[in-house]
Design a protein around this ligand. Structure first.
Ligand code: IMP
Length: 173
């Protein structure tokens, strides 16, 4: 088990987070947003980005999981649902990483059925080459190759989430 040097440094991450926040602030100007952090993975990305977004917002959280260690279990479980009623609201979901896209597709479909005014996705990382679900991503921090990465909220076996940077955990074969 080896954690190498940063694949994305603290500086690269914080610069990109601010750029994304600026774009979101422009796109949602004049609107109120319900920002939803998807836990546990977005627990670092979410507070980092929302503090730079310059539109009025409410905050909520959703706890979901799909992975067992480095392999998908295939099942998506919502451990804690939103507290807010999202009907008629502009909902923006914040996710750590989109891999197959099955988790966010499940969550997006579940929330879309509650009739929000709009429903968009902001992901810190995108592993597009692994995609299985048909899913549009509205805001992407970094597109990365199909490596298993840890840090900045991302875990392997619930470890390494506290690293302030992104590291490659192991290559998939
Ligand atoms: P998806 O349903 O395959 O898109 O998987 C999404 C979830 O899998 C993410 O929210 C992460 O929790 C986890 N995941 C996917 N790839 C990685 C990775 O490279 N490192 C850590 N977790 C990952």
């Amino acid at each position: 088990m080896v954690i190498g040097k940063p694949f994305l440094t603290v500086e690269q991450i914080q610069k990109r987070v601010k750029e994304l926040a600026l774009k979101i602030s422009e796109d949602y100007e004049g609107k109120e947003v319900l920002s939803v952090g998807i836990l546990k993975g977005a627990f670092m990305f979410f507070p980092d980005i929302v503090r730079h977004i310059q539109v009025p917002m409410n905050i909520d959280f959703l706890i979901a999981s799909s992975y067992v260690k480095a392999q998908t279990s295939g099942a998506i479980k919502v451990h804690a649902d939103l507290r807010e009623d999202i009907k008629g609201k502009h909902v923006l979901l914040f996710e750590d990483i989109v891999d197959t896209g099955l988790t966010l597709k499940y969550i997006k479909d579940m929330l879309a059925a509650r009739n929000p005014a709009s429903l968009k996705i902001c992901t810190f990382l995108d592993k597009k080459s692994s995609r299985k679900a048909d899913l549009d991503l509205d805001y992407i921090g970094f597109s990365i190759p199909d490596h298993f990465v840890v840090g900045y909220g991302l875990d392997f076996d619930n470890k390494f989430r506290n690293l302030p940077y992104i590291s490659i955990f192991k290559e998939r074969t």
